[in-house]
Design a protein. Sequence first.
Length: 318
Amino acid sequence: MLNWLVIGIGDITTKRVIPAILAEPRSGLYGILTRHPAKAESYAAKVFRDLAAALEDRAINAVYVASPVFLHAPQTIQSLRAGRHVLCEKPMGMNYDEAKAMVAASNASGRTLGVSYYRRAYPKVNRARQLLEQGVIGKPVLAYASCHSWFTAEDGRRAWLLDPAQAGGGPLYDIGSHRIDLLNYFFGEPRSACGRLSSAVHHARVEDNATVVVDYRSGVRGIVDVRWHSRVARDEFRIVGTLGEMNLTPLNGPEILYPGGCEQLPAHANLHYPCVRNFVDAALDGAPLLSSGSSAAWTDWVTERAVEAHKREGAASL
């Protein structure tokens, strides 16, 4: 049985994470860590304001970190060193060094570290991997993912995403990380990455668009384009091979198209539930993690190289 401490009481935790924990048969919501205790009053759980104090309670054996990105690494490392398993929201950290430190803390403590890249549990994503292995489109050579939406935090909700000190960056870190992680899930270890970022419309403190190019050791080139300045929503994911194309557009929908076939494979009603269930199986039974700290760190590696390449290009043009 895992007794969970959930850090944060925002949209993700109230709509998905806490319901997933409550529904998972070997999980219990033991505690909530928040700066606003009133938000946790409706839950039958202990309420904490300080992580160190919460970790003194030996009944807690798993922590879900759902705080802003700048807190992911310190809170995760603190929890792991205190002997707790940790499932952390994405992206892992503010940079690749933080991600590596989180993995090192997991290895040293012997506790499980997972990252909530829940799209790895989509039935159609895993069906796509199976079809790729079967050679349905021949040799994969190109993958393209986009996620376009409009986000300005006009209603004040999730405004921290526009603060680089808290979020690391804009759509590259937020929605781009999910797509980069899926490319890694499909094609393995990235060999190189570069990117371009700008604020074309909103001119906020973080970019409002980013385009990343990733080359994989397998020979695939991946392109991820994410934008917060589009009134036209896009959620594309296509894989091109030497014999045809596989289309998962919209990525968050149930359909997968490929040469000779079309299947409808909807995701779980609560997108976080399969991720939480897999983590529980890993922590209690040693089952393989769909998204481990080690695999998720590669997304931070790609992101960091994309940002560094953008900065180098900007410096060269001065």
